[in-house]
Design a protein around this ligand. Sequence first.
Ligand SMILES: Nc1ncnc2c1ncn2[C@@H]1O[C@H](COP(=O)(O)OP(=O)(O)OP(=O)(O)O)[C@@H](O)[C@H]1O
Ligand SMILES: [Mg+2]
Length: 323
Amino acid sequence: MQHLIPIASGKGGVGKTLLAANLGIALAQQGKTVVLVDLDLGGSNLHTLLGIRNSHPGIGHFIYKQAETLEELLVETPQQRLFLIPGDGLFCGTANLPFHRKQAILKQLPEIPADFIILDLGSGTTYNTLDLFLTSSAGLLVTSPDTTAILNAYSFLKSAMFRLLQRSFPAKSAERHLVLDFLQQKMEGSSLHIQELVTRIRGIHPESGDRARDALGQFRPRVVMNMGRTAQDIGLGGRLRKVVQDNLKSGIEFIACLPQDEMASRSPLERSPTLLRYPECPYSRSIAHCAHRIIQEPAPPPAPLFEDDQDLQELAQRFESLL
Ligand SMILES: Nc1ncnc2c1ncn2[C@@H]1O[C@H](COP(=O)(O)OP(=O)(O)OP(=O)(O)O)[C@@H](O)[C@H]1O
Ligand SMILES: [Mg+2]
């Protein structure tokens, strides 16, 4: 069974692409077949972090109908069992992804034959990025301990949940109109909560209310805290959890804390993946551990309760032992 792992962030530059490349390598080293897909349209650089030249057809070819399937774009990488579908680096203007091509990508992604299909996304909350993130209920959201990054991570989750509700109902349905009206009101300064929206959807039809509740309940993205310098930085993850719990009534799981590591910033300049060049550095060891956890639990359990920050405390202990 394939598992899709989209990797997103609210703020840019927090380490998504480095994570995608190295997590792919770690999963492949642990025996899994992995396909990395560069879906950072307009900003693709995953090939660079894998040490591959930008000369292969990629997503841009698919978008402009010069390739019929995503599968035909697969490129081998320096790591056995790891393949890449390059981005749109050979084209301009694909940031405006036409609707039908987006639909074709969303349809074909789960059909790629691999154990894990990792999507490196652009930062921010455009509908394209949100829709790619919603291809799985267990995507990875990357943040750094920086306050702006944490607030942007919260905004990303909020936008993803509203988009999820919107897409849970057919176009032109009363439910979808309600979500759009609700978003409009929020933009105008109302403080209505997402749970209030679910209640209103239930007012249209009880079954619709159940569908909205189930969609939100199954949405369980996992958070990666990257560029941590001290165990206290990990504690900042607790702030993200609290704001998500208070405002979105949703729990989040922290799956990894990756240290700020000179080897991680150096290896891209050397055009080789961190895990292959510096397999013993703290960043590489944390990535290998994260891959191991993902293999053991490819999708998080339906309703974890982490109110006592147990996951964060465990990550803080591991983190201290690494440094
Ligand atoms: N844990 C880390 N320690 C040190 N440097 C890191 C770490 N993680 C990422 N970096 C460095 O930070 C820079 C940005 O990383 P990366 O390109 O992966 O971010 P991104 O989130 O994909 O950015 P964008 O939003 O532009 O796509 C790179 O130079 C990378 O090497
Ligand atoms: Mg990137």
